[in-house]
Design a binder for this molecule. Sequence first.
Ligand SMILES: [Cu+2]
Length: 109
Amino acid sequence: MKLLGIGLTVALLLAGCKSEQKTEKAIVKVSSAICGECATTIKTAVLKLDGVKAVEVDTKEKLATVEYVLASVKVSDIEDAIVKAGYSANEKQADQEAYEKLPDCCKKE
Ligand SMILES: [Cu+2]
Protein backbone atom coordinates (compact mmCIF):
# COMPACT_ATOMS: atom_id res chain seq x y z
CA MET A 1 0.00 0.00 0.00
CA LYS A 2 2.86 2.31 0.91
CA LEU A 3 4.57 1.50 -2.36
CA LEU A 4 1.43 2.42 -4.23
CA GLY A 5 1.39 5.76 -2.44
CA ILE A 6 4.97 6.48 -3.46
CA GLY A 7 4.24 5.45 -7.03
CA LEU A 8 1.28 7.77 -7.11
CA THR A 9 3.33 10.65 -5.71
CA VAL A 10 6.02 10.10 -8.33
CA ALA A 11 3.41 9.97 -11.06
CA LEU A 12 1.87 13.21 -9.84
CA LEU A 13 5.28 14.90 -9.67
CA LEU A 14 6.07 13.78 -13.19
CA ALA A 15 2.73 15.07 -14.40
CA GLY A 16 3.46 18.37 -12.68
CA CYS A 17 6.82 18.62 -14.41
CA LYS A 18 5.29 17.77 -17.71
CA SER A 19 2.69 20.51 -17.53
CA GLU A 20 5.45 22.98 -16.69
CA GLN A 21 7.22 21.92 -19.86
CA LYS A 22 4.14 22.52 -21.96
CA THR A 23 5.26 23.87 -25.31
CA GLU A 24 3.60 26.25 -27.67
CA LYS A 25 4.32 27.24 -31.24
CA ALA A 26 4.68 30.87 -32.23
CA ILE A 27 4.77 32.08 -35.79
CA VAL A 28 6.73 35.29 -36.15
CA LYS A 29 6.77 37.38 -39.31
CA VAL A 30 10.38 37.98 -40.38
CA SER A 31 9.87 40.14 -43.46
CA SER A 32 13.55 41.05 -43.88
CA ALA A 33 14.88 37.47 -43.94
CA ILE A 34 15.97 36.74 -47.51
CA CYS A 35 18.58 34.00 -47.69
CA GLY A 36 19.81 30.88 -45.96
CA GLU A 37 22.26 32.88 -43.93
CA CYS A 38 19.44 35.05 -42.61
CA ALA A 39 17.65 31.89 -41.54
CA THR A 40 20.75 30.62 -39.74
CA THR A 41 21.32 33.95 -37.98
CA ILE A 42 17.73 34.07 -36.76
CA LYS A 43 17.73 30.41 -35.69
CA THR A 44 20.96 30.84 -33.73
CA ALA A 45 19.71 33.97 -32.00
CA VAL A 46 16.35 32.50 -30.99
CA LEU A 47 17.79 29.14 -29.91
CA LYS A 48 19.94 31.01 -27.37
CA LEU A 49 16.80 31.77 -25.39
CA ASP A 50 16.25 29.43 -22.48
CA GLY A 51 13.12 27.43 -23.15
CA VAL A 52 13.21 27.54 -26.93
CA LYS A 53 13.03 24.00 -28.28
CA ALA A 54 13.10 24.43 -32.04
CA VAL A 55 13.21 27.13 -34.68
CA GLU A 56 12.34 26.89 -38.33
CA VAL A 57 12.77 29.83 -40.67
CA ASP A 58 11.05 29.93 -44.03
CA THR A 59 12.64 32.71 -46.06
CA LYS A 60 10.11 32.29 -48.87
CA GLU A 61 7.10 32.76 -46.62
CA LYS A 62 9.09 35.13 -44.36
CA LEU A 63 7.98 33.25 -41.28
CA ALA A 64 9.82 31.87 -38.29
CA THR A 65 8.13 29.03 -36.45
CA VAL A 66 9.35 28.76 -32.89
CA GLU A 67 8.54 25.96 -30.49
CA TYR A 68 9.02 27.12 -26.92
CA VAL A 69 8.20 26.24 -23.33
CA LEU A 70 5.16 28.26 -22.39
CA ALA A 71 6.34 28.82 -18.81
CA SER A 72 9.80 30.17 -19.69
CA VAL A 73 9.52 32.20 -22.88
CA LYS A 74 7.21 34.95 -24.09
CA VAL A 75 6.55 35.76 -27.72
CA SER A 76 7.97 39.24 -27.10
CA ASP A 77 11.27 37.61 -25.95
CA ILE A 78 11.42 35.78 -29.27
CA GLU A 79 10.68 38.98 -31.18
CA ASP A 80 13.36 40.85 -29.23
CA ALA A 81 15.97 38.17 -29.97
CA ILE A 82 15.20 38.45 -33.69
CA VAL A 83 15.31 42.25 -33.53
CA LYS A 84 18.69 42.15 -31.80
CA ALA A 85 19.97 39.80 -34.51
CA GLY A 86 19.24 42.51 -37.08
CA TYR A 87 15.86 41.44 -38.43
CA SER A 88 12.36 42.75 -38.07
CA ALA A 89 9.95 40.59 -36.07
CA ASN A 90 6.21 41.02 -36.49
CA GLU A 91 5.64 44.77 -36.04
CA LYS A 92 9.05 45.42 -34.44
CA GLN A 93 11.79 47.03 -36.52
CA ALA A 94 15.27 45.47 -36.74
CA ASP A 95 17.96 46.83 -34.47
CA GLN A 96 19.84 49.22 -36.77
CA GLU A 97 23.30 48.48 -35.36
CA ALA A 98 22.84 44.72 -35.67
CA TYR A 99 21.44 45.14 -39.16
CA GLU A 100 24.56 47.08 -40.25
CA LYS A 101 26.72 44.14 -39.14
CA LEU A 102 24.89 41.61 -41.30
CA PRO A 103 26.64 40.24 -44.38
CA ASP A 104 25.87 42.29 -47.50
CA CYS A 105 23.78 39.50 -49.03
CA CYS A 106 21.40 39.75 -46.08
CA LYS A 107 20.63 43.43 -46.50
CA LYS A 108 17.55 44.43 -48.37
CA GLU A 109 19.09 46.90 -50.80
CU1 LIG B 1 20.69 36.59 -45.63
